[in-house]
Design a protein around this ligand. Structure first.
Ligand code: PMV
Length: 336
């Protein structure tokens, strides 16, 4: 009789107000600094993992919204298979797997698809293998998948990744639940092209920037300010630090060896405009991950206004709106 172990999970993406950039340990995926993010409500991945004695090899298939399902191979599937291997070993299971993952947003939309994908994969696989991790352990196991920022997606709402110094102490924790503050992350997609340097490459290059050491000194105070701003729902306080830290990340990238330029004309235009809009009474602030697409943070009441203003600039091919969302969770709604 064939043996089948199957589960499905939803993993959300997240947007960081203070960024994880540079690693203390690349094998254990330990960060050099704490980072704080908001878990996203609409940009999620749904992933079904099935281990079966019927399968002769692992197969990984990804589908982005509006695109076809594509089997991924080489380095793209290697991280997924490595995570399956780790979990299989922990569970003492030796069955090959089929993984199908669908994301609710288009490819290259400037949304951290790895955070969504790896948080969904880790939860679905551990559920199928009956590993019964608590949330803290799930955050650690998700981090070990390789995309460190994914460990924040285990929790909903507003989340801090405590960098720690060992694998057991490096995990995320919730600062406040999703309904604590009606913030919005409005993503202006100014480029759909694939990143020239992945965040993995960026983490490696970070210490080659002369500004890196200084940023690490600033981070504890920056994180405290962001946490305080979230707890007191202070958009100005949050926004000022968020812009500071996003610009720092890009300054480090542009001054690393070799340098990396993630911004394009649309990104720079949006930075200038967002600052103007604030002068006109619209409290909104920008941030960027390791890419050109702008994330504009504002409170719910200004959502329509910001979306209209972004659209009127005609620099964005699409505009996606996210509210704070729930952390990774199991669902019975399998993809196959
Ligand atoms: O988790 P990674 O290795 O994909 O790195 C994420 C890096 C940033 O998105 C730029 C920052 C962050 O904290 O999300």
């Amino acid at each position: 009789m064939s043996e089948v172990l199957k589960a499905t999970a939803i993993g959300p993406s997240n947007i960081a107000f203070t960024k994880y950039w540079g690693q203390l340990d690349s094998v254990l995926v330990l960060a050099n600094n704490d980072s704080i993010s908001m878990t996203l409500g609409t940009c999620v991945a749904r992933t079904t993992v099935c281990f079966s004695s019927e399968y002769g090899e692992d197969r990984v298939t990804l589908g982005f919204m509006g695109g076809e399902d594509v089997d991924v191979v080489g380095s793209k599937s290697a991280r997924v298979v490595a995570q399956l291997d780790r979990l299989r070993e922990m569970a003492g299971v030796d069955l090959k797997a089929r993984v199908l993952s669908h994301t609710s947003f288009p490819e290259g939309a400037g949304i951290a698809s790895s955070a969504a994908g790896f948080s969904a994969l880790t939860l679905a696989a551990s559920e199928a293998l009956d590993l019964e991790f608590g949330r803290k352990e799930l955050s650690i196991q998700t981090r070990l998948a390789g995309s460190g920022s994914a460990c924040r997606s285990v929790y909903g709402g507003f989340v801090r990744w405590r960098a720690g110094e060992t694998s057991e102490t490096s995990c995320a924790e919730q600062i406040a639940p999703a309904d604590h503050w009606q913030l919005r992350d409005i993503v202006a997609v100014v480029s759909k092209g694939e990143k020239k340097v992945s965040s993995l490459g960026g983490h490696r290059l970070a210490p080659t920037s002369p500004h890196y050491a200084r940023r690490l000194e600033l981070m504890p105070e920056r994180n405290d300010r962001v946490q305080e701003a979230i707890l007191t729902r202070d958009i100005e306080k949050l926004g000022v630090v968020t812009e500071e830290d996003a610009v720092d990340l890009h300054v480090m990238a542009m001054t690393s060896n070799p340098p990396v330029y993630y911004w394009n004309e649309g990104s720079v235009r949006l930075m200038r405009e967002v600052r103007e809009w604030r002068g006109e009474g619209v409290p909104c602030y920008f941030t960027f991950d390791a890419g050109p697409n702008a994330h504009i943070i504002c409170e719910k009441g200004y959502e329509e206004e910001v979306v209209q203003r972004v659209k009127s600039l005609e620099v964005a091919s699409s505009v996606l709106v996210n509210e704070p969302g729930e952390g990774s969770r199991v669902t019975l709604d399998h993809l196959f």
